[in-house]
Ligand binder design. Structure first.
Ligand code: DOR
Ligand code: ZN
Length: 476
C-alpha cells in the first residue's frame, strides 16, 4: 500500500530542458515524490487538475532589485515578491545596491530580515567592494549565496572597486567556490563621455546610449574574465547587452573558464527605436542598443553562449523616471512579472522551444547558483516549485495591473501569448488562477546552495600570492 501524499497534480504537460511529457506529479509537504502516469500515483489528500497547462520548473530570476532596506518607496520584499509570484518566478536573487549596501554583516542581516516577508524563495548577492575583502568569507558564512561587483556605476552610485581589490576578492571566492556577478561596464570611459556630452549641452534620450558605448562592456567583461581565469573564481555576467562582447564569453567557455551570463528581455526585444518612443522610461544600464544587437543575443542564448534569462527588475518611482534631463532619470524598470509572458510569446512564434526556455529560465540559473536538483527541475526529491502556464492564452501587458510598486515599464500595451496561470513554491500556491495568494506572505525562504562543485583550475602561476596574504612575505 502506497503512502498517501498531500497533492497530485494531474492532466498537465511536464516540461524539462529535454522533453515535454504528459504526467502527474505527486507532492508530499514541500517536495516532489513521484512523477508518472496518473494511475501509478499514490493516493492523495487533494488532486489538482492542470489539464491544458504546461508545468514548468518555477523560473529563477538571478537579478532583481527589491530595494529594501533603503528604497522601499520604489519596492519592498512584499511587492517585489508578489510580482515574482504572479510572473511564474519561484526564486529570485536580490542585488546589493540597497541602503545600506549589502557589504557588511549588519547590512546582510538587515536584508535577510526584510526578505523574510517574501512570497517566493530568495538568494542574496552580497557586495564585493573596495573595503570589504576581509569580510567576504564572513558574509558567505552568514548566508550570502553569491556576490555582486559593480565594475561600472549605476543606481546607488557604488564606486567600482580597484582591479586589485577585485582580484583579491576573486581569490577568496575561488577558494569557497562562490560565484561573483559583475556589472560589466567601464566607469572611466562612461564618466568622460557623459561629461563631454553634458558640456556640449546634450541631455536628450539618446545621449544615454552615446555615453555608454559597447566598448565599455567589451572591456569590462574581458577584464572580469581575465581575473576569473587567473584565480579560478566562478564568474557571472549580468545583463549582457552587446553582440560585440559575445566572443569573449564564447572563447572563455571554450577554455574552461566557469563563466555564466544572463541577458534580459529588454536586450532581446527592444532597441533604439523603442528609446525614441519611450525615452527615459527605457533608461537602463547597460543601455538599450541599436537593432543589430537583438538577433545575435537571441542566437547566443540558443547556442548556449548566454546561459539564462534574468530581468534586472529595477523599479523606481514615476517622478524619478521622468525628469527633464536624461542624466537625472533613474535607470531601470520592473521586469520580474513580465519576463515569462514576453519570452513565451517568442516561443509561440517558433523562435525557440519551450524546452529551451526552461533551460534559460530554470535549469541554468539553478546550476549556476548551486541549486540544481533541489530547484530548476521537476524530479523526485526536488522542491515543488512550478509555473503552470497556458501557452495559448493571449493577453495584453498593462502597467497598472502589475504587482511591483513601480508601475512604469516599457512593456505597457504589448500583446503576449503564453501566461502563467498558477505558481507554486515548495508545495504551496503563491498565485492561483492569476491571483496572488496573499496569505503566502512570508512563505519564501532563503536558498541554500547544495552543490559544492569543484572550482575550475586557476591559471595563476604566481606562487607568491598566498604567501603575501598568509605568511609575512613572499616565498616562492
Ligand atoms: O539600470 C539599472 N538599474 N542597471 C543596474 O545595473 C542597476 C539598476 C538599479 O538598481 O536601478
Ligand atoms: Zn541590476
Amino acid at each position: 500500500m502506497q503512502q498517501t501524499v498531500d497533492l497530485v497534480i494531474h492532466g498537465g504537460k511536464v516540461v524539462s530542458d529535454q522533453a515535454v511529457i504528459e504526467a502527474s506529479i505527486a507532492i508530499r509537504g514541500q517536495t516532489i515524490v513521484a512523477i508518472g502516469s496518473d494511475d501509478a500515483m499514490p493516493p492523495a489528500t487533494e488532486r489538482f487538475d492542470a489539464t491544458g497547462l504546461h508545468i514548468l520548473p518555477g523560473a529563477i530570476d538571478s537579478h532583481v532589485h527589491f530595494r529594501d532596506p533603503g528604497y522601499a518607496h520604489k519596492e519592498d520584499w512584499g511587492t517585489g515578491s508578489a510580482a515574482a509570484a504572479c510572473g511564474g518566478v519561484t526564486t529570485v536573487f536580490d542585488m546589493p545596491n540597497t541602503n545600506p549596501p549589502t557589504g557588511t554583516l549588519d547590512a546582510l542581516a538587515l536584508k535577510l530580515k526584510n526578505a523574510a516577508i517574501s512570497h517566493v524563495d530568495y538568494g542574496i548577492h552580497a557586495l564585493l567592494d573596495e573595503d570589504n575583502i576581509d569580510q567576504l568569507e564572513a558574509l558567505i558564512d552568514a548566508g550570502a549565496t553569491s556576490f555582486k561587483c559593480f565594475m561600472g556605476n549605476t543606481f546607488g552610485n557604488l564606486p567600482a572597486p580597484s582591479d586589485g581589490a577585485i582580484l583579491e576578492g576573486f581569490e577568496i571566492l575561488a577558494r569557497r567556490g562562490i560565484r561573483c556577478t559583475v556589472h560589466a561596464e567601464n566607469p572611466s570611459i562612461m564618466a568622460r563621455r557623459q561629461a563631454r556630452m553634458e558640456t556640449a549641452g546634450r541631455a536628450d534620450r539618446h545621449a544615454h546610449l552615446a555615453a555608454r558605448p559597447e566598448v565599455c562592456e567589451i572591456e569590462a567583461i574581458g577584464r572580469a574574465i581575465a581575473f576569473a581565469e587567473w584565480t579560478g573564481a566562478r564568474l557571472h555576467i549580468a545583463h549582457h547587452s552587446a553582440a560585440d562582447s559575445l566572443y569573449l564569453l564564447r572563447d572563455a567557455k571554450r577554455r574552461g573558464v566557469d563563466v555564466t551570463a544572463e541577458t534580459c528581455p529588454q536586450y532581446l526585444l527592444l532597441n533604439t527605436h523603442d528609446m525614441t518612443r519611450l525615452g527615459s522610461v527605457l533608461r537602463v544600464n547597460p543601455p538599450i542598443r541599436d537593432e543589430r544587437h537583438n538577433a545575435p543575443l537571441w542566437d547566443a542564448l540558443v547556442e548556449g553562449v548566454l546561459d539564462m534569462i534574468a530581468t534586472d527588475h529595477a523599479p523606481h518611482a514615476p517622478d524619478e523616471k521622468t525628469r527633464e534631463r536624461i542624466w537625472n532619470c533613474d535607470c531601470g524598470f520592473p521586469g520580474v512579472e513580465t519576463q515569462m509572458p514576453l519570452m513565451l510569446t517568442e516561443i509561440s512564434k517558433g523562435r525557440a522551444t519551450i524546452m529551451d526556455y526552461v533551460r534559460w529560465s530554470a535549469v541554468n540559473p539553478a546550476k549556476a547558483w548551486g541549486l540544481y536538483g533541489t530547484k530548476g527541475v521537476i524530479a523526485p526529491g526536488a522542491h515543488a516549485d512550478f509555473a503552470m502556464v497556458d501557452l495559448a492564452r493571449e493577453a495584453v501587458i498593462a502597467n497598472e495591473k502589475l504587482h511591483s510598486r513601480s508601475k512604469l515599464t516599457p512593456w505597457n500595451a504589448r500583446p503576449v501569448k503564453g501566461v502563467p496561470i498558477h505558481t507554486m513554491v515548495r508545495g504551496r500556491f503563491v498565485m492561483r488562477d492569476r491571483e496572488l495568494i496573499a496569505t503566502t506572505r512570508g512563505w519564501g525562504q532563503s536558498v541554500k546552495p547544495i552543490q559544492a562543485m569543484p572550482a575550475p583550475r586557476p591559471r595563476n602561476t604566481d606562487k607568491t600570492m598566498g604567501a603575501i596574504v598568509t605568511a609575512g612575505g613572499p616565498h616562492v
